[in-house]
Ligand binder design. Structure first.
Ligand SMILES: Nc1ncnc2c1ncn2[C@@H]1O[C@H](COP(=O)(O)OP(=O)(O)OP(=O)(O)O)[C@@H](O)[C@H]1O
Length: 239
């Protein structure tokens, strides 16, 4: 059984008199440890797919099963609990809370889980180490560079040890060099920590680091590449 099993998924929206169907009877299996990139023209439904997989949005029909749990059947409250324990979300503009330090921002998802203070601290330290930011724990977002802020956003997404991490254009607002560093980080998290990732991007270069490349167009998913493992060369000293 795949970690994520999407079957006959359909999501449509009404726009005035018109009905648009960004996801039209889609099937997709995501295996544990996959790093998937999802590309496609603007407005085709990539974010919609991430939102449905995250349980933020509900499809009209079809099913999304994550590690055996049929999330489309969960109530709002059950979904909130499920999301806190199982799903990490990396945003394009990291969405950090300005009045909280890096450490406190990363802690947020853990406050929804039954963990002791000591367990929380341990997990935050591990996540900060994984993204290479241990020396910035007590800095506020305004004291961090764009790349460091995104690292905090990534640490927050992985801190609860989720089964799946979804990323919506994680390098979309970064310059080329910082974007490259974040690409290396995402690939390392996938390869070394076996974090399963589903990432939307408009950038061919970042799409190429994924182990599977998908394209969404006119409601359908097409697999355009599958190397079996992510293959971006890890650059020494780039962590
Ligand atoms: N809540 C909503 N209500 C109505 N229409 C919506 C809603 N959410 C998305 N849509 C429409 O569904 C289509 C797909 O949107 P979505 O944001 O998923 O596309 P996308 O591929 O992520 O686009 P982009 O690459 O520009 O971010 C668009 O036409 C959008 O306007």
């Amino acid at each position: 059984m795949a970690l994520v099993e999407i079957r006959n998924l359909t999501r449509w929206f009404k726009k005035g008199d018109e009905v648009i169907t960004p996801l039209d009877d889609i099937d997709l299996d995501v295996e544990k440890g996959d790093f998937i990139s999802l590309m496609g023209p603007s407005g085709t439904g990539k974010s919609t797919l991430l939102n449905v997989v995250s349980g933020i949005d509900q499809p009209q029909s079809g099913s999304v099963r994550v590690d055996g749990v049929e999330i489309t059947k969960l109530s709002r409250g059950q979904l909130a609990d499920w999301r806190a324990a199982n799903l990490g979300y990396i945003f394009q503009t990291h969405n950090l809370i300005p009045v909280l330090t890096a450490h406190e921002n990363i802690e947020l998802p853990l406050l929804l889980l039954p963990l002791s203070g000591a367990d929380r601290r341990r997990r935050i330290e591990l996540a900060m180490e994984a993204v290479g930011l241990t020396d910035r724990a007590h800095h506020y977002p305004r004291q961090l560079s764009g790349g460091q802020e995104q690292r905090v956003g990534i640490a927050r997404a992985i801190v609860a040890h989720p089964k799946v991490v979804v990323a919506d254009e994680p390098t979309g607002s970064l310059d080329a060099e910082t974007s490259q560093q974040i690409q290396v980080l995402l690939q390392r998290l996938n390869q070394e920590l076996e974090i399963t990732m589903l990432m939307v991007t408009h950038d061919d270069h970042i799409a190429a680091i994924a182990s599977r490349q998908l394209r969404l167009d006119r409601g359908k998913i097409i697999e355009t590449g599958n190397t079996g493992k992510s293959h971006f060369p890890l650059v020494a000293g780039s962590r």
